[in-house]
Design a protein. Structure first.
Length: 366
């Protein structure tokens, strides 16, 4: 099994980064093959993926497969600095360049000279800094804040984002010319829910890791626990899986993880930047929505789905009863009765009559 891990660090305990990556799923194996092809070059790489999918791990692997592997690899979170400090952090400053600059300091580009600089959350860079970054990439030199002297650099830049930069460009928040400079090679990391073949190998890795830390013996997974892990959608990706396993080992008994030991998050994340795949059918999208409903384990699920379907159809038809009935394949009388039960229609008691036989059908067939 091909395994990538981050170097040990106390900061990882509170980080949202993925700390391990495997390549067992067919999609992951295809990504690994692509990495091995592009890593030896000096081309800039743009890595796109949701939080917790392992973007830094992939960047480190690219560095380790390149001729720069014995040179520095530095990772910088572009969203971690204020706008007033980010220029100094990236490009350095001279003594007296600003209040508090008591001495000269090299920036991240200089520190990474000869090696690789990983710029995470590149979409968070302010526009003025994007202009200067573009110049650094084009000219291969930096000018420290407060200086007029250019310093030659030899750095391979790997950038990462969890947003669609095309949308940021259209909104005027990201420079198009910088996007093309960074996007020589494009790597899109698949979220964990879309590569189920990686879930159990990662699970076993985290079980072994935390079992050693907790001085446990061997810990096994029950079949029901395996099924629950592979069926869950993992909105937090690899980092969420790690946290779930860590918590599970604290409460499981007898060296076997049961389904009920796995405490998944109730948080449901709507990702505005991730559009549905154009090749997904309406039935596939509906099945995905049902899957999330099943995981929520809500009460009266069948009744709630019926109500939601009727309400959505009624609104889709602009509150027209006849059109709603036709859309759902029901009679108007049944549709009217259901809408009354939902509170979408008011009953005129003076004209209300005994409901006909088909009006007593209170459930939709779905």
């Amino acid at each position: 099994m091909q395994l990538l891990t981050l170097p040990p660090s106390p900061a990882l305990a509170t980080s949202i980064r993925a700390t391990a990556q495997v390549f067992e799923d067919p999609k992951s194996k295809a990504l690994l093959a692509h990495l091995q092809q592009i890593a030896p070059s000096d081309a800039s790489v743009l890595i796109i993926g949701e939080t917790g999918t392992g973007k830094e791990l992939i960047a480190r692997h690219i560095h380790n497969l390149s001729a720069r592997k014995h040179q520095p690899f530095l990772a910088v979170n572009c969203g971690a600095f204020s706008e007033s400090l980010v220029e100094s952090e990236l490009f350095g400053h001279e003594k007296g360049a600003f209040t508090g600059a008591l001495g000269a300091k090299a920036g991240w580009f200089e520190e990474a000279n000869g090696g690789t600089l990983f710029l995470d959350e590149i979409g968070d860079l302010p526009m003025p800094i994007q202009v200067k970054l573009l110049r650094v990439l084009q000219e291969r030199e930096v000018v420290r804040l407060g200086s007029r002297k250019s310093i030659p650099i030899n750095v391979r830049v790997l950038a990462a984002t969890n947003v669609q930069l095309e949308k940021a460009i259209n909104a005027g928040h990201f420079r198009e010319d910088l996007f093309y400079r960074l996007n020589v090679v494009n790597l899109e990391l698949t979220p964990l829910r879309e590569r189920p073949g990686d879930i159990l190998p990662l699970t076993r890795y985290f079980i072994n890791t935390y079992s050693r830390r907790l001085s446990y013996g061997d810990v096994a997974l029950s079949p029901d626990a395996e099924q629950k892990l592979t069926n869950y959608t993992w909105p937090g990706n690899i980092r969420e899986l790690e946290n779930v396993i860590h918590h599970t080992l604290l409460i499981c008994r007898d060296g076997v993880i049961q389904s009920e030991d796995l405490r998944m998050s109730n948080l449901r994340i709507t990702r505005q930047d991730t559009a549905p795949h154009s090749d997904q059918s309406a039935e596939e999208l509906l099945e995905h929505a049902f899957q999330r409903l099943f995981e929520s384990q809500s009460d009266n699920l069948h009744e709630n789905v019926e109500r939601s379907l009727l309400r959505a159809a009624y609104r889709f038809c602009h509150h027209n009863q006849v059109h709603t009935a036709k859309l759902l394949g029901l009679s108007r009388n049944v549709t009217r009765t259901l809408l009354i039960n939902l509170g979408e229609l008011k009953v005129n008691k003076r004209n209300a009559a005994e409901p006909k036989q088909d009006e007593r059908v209170l459930h939709l067939s779905i």
